[in-house]
Design a protein around this ligand. Structure first.
Ligand SMILES: *[C@@H]1O[C@H](CO)[C@@H](O)[C@H](O)[C@H]1NC(C)=O
Ligand SMILES: *[C@@H]1O[C@H](CO)[C@@H](O)[C@H](O)[C@H]1NC(C)=O
Length: 249
């Protein structure tokens, strides 16, 4: 049945992720219209931020030296790199953090209600180089809305052993995350994570496996937003490559 074979072949091509164009800026390959970018450069306490409109399209923003945020010339991945810590690299942090980041922040909506039935972030990535801290680089987060707290709801860490650990804050004042190992993926290997905070239930799943539900303790479902990128927790450089980023509400 040649017709069916053709259909199947076409279908399979459709299932494979759309090819990333290495000659476009990240905004030509990824829908960045609902994100803004925080960079590890700028002035102390005031890192450079790039808006969704500056990011969008094939001619959108990438840093001229290809040091922080750019398209990988071979496979078209969106690369986010951080050089290390402020003390040894002079990189710049936000006012409420000691660590540097190259990270996308959800900007439309700028926050949402975790009691709603669907808030989900699904990302395909490979961590080429995690930082040297114990739990490693944060590759995805849910953050509490800025008018409620400066703390996250949860952070997904990836370390030099390939361990994926979800840290969940217990209160809105933060600083006391409960750490749960949620997977292991060898350094440099591509994988997918999904973080959901829907109907006031927080869960994470790795490579399409069963969703692991995590307690949110006394957080009380605060307004929140997603972040995705490379939030360095150590003193050595970190390098994360992204192949797809999808958010749904
Ligand atoms: C925070 O801002 C959001 C969006 O503007 C608003 O809906 C919410 O009521 C605010 N929350 C507080 C605690 O002010
Ligand atoms: C979600 O529901 C809980 C329980 O009713 C409530 O305390 C909380 O304020 C709600 N969150 C938002 C963002 O409305």
């Amino acid at each position: 049945m040649p017709a069916l074979k053709t259909l199947l072949a076409t279908g399979l091509v459709g299932v494979a992720s759309a090819a990333l164009n290495p000659s476009c800026a990240p905004g030509g390959n990824f829908d960045l219209s609902k994100w803004s970018l925080q960079l590890p450069i700028g002035s102390t306490g005031s890192p450079t931020t790039i808006s969704a409109s500056q990011l969008s399209g094939c001619g959108g923003y990438q840093d001229p030296g290809h040091k922080y945020f750019f398209t990988e010339s071979g496979d078209g991945a969106l690369v986010m790199k951080v050089p290390g810590a402020p003390s040894n690299t002079g990189c710049v942090t936000t006012p409420n953090s000691k660590h540097c980041r190259t990270e996308l922040r959800e900007s439309n909506p700028s926050s949402w209600d975790p009691n709603a039935s669907n808030n989900k972030l699904t990302v395909t990535l490979a961590v080429e180089q995690p930082d040297n801290s114990g739990y490693g680089t944060v590759v995805g987060q849910i953050h509490i809305a800025d008018n409620v707290s400066t703390k996250p709801v949860c952070e997904l860490y990836y370390n030099t052993n390939g361990d994926l650990t979800m840290g969940v804050e217990q209160t809105r004042s933060g600083g006391n995350e409960v750490m749960t190992k949620v997977g292991n993926v060898p350094v440099g290997q591509q994988f997918t994570y999904t973080i959901s905070y829907s109907s006031n239930v927080l869960s994470v799943s790795i490579n399409g496996g069963a969703a692991k539900t995590l307690s949110t303790y006394s957080l009380g479902a605060p307004s929140s937003y997603f972040k995705v990128g490379n939030y360095n927790q150590g003193s050595s450089a970190s390098d994360v490559h992204f192949f797809s980023i999808n958010v749904s509400h």
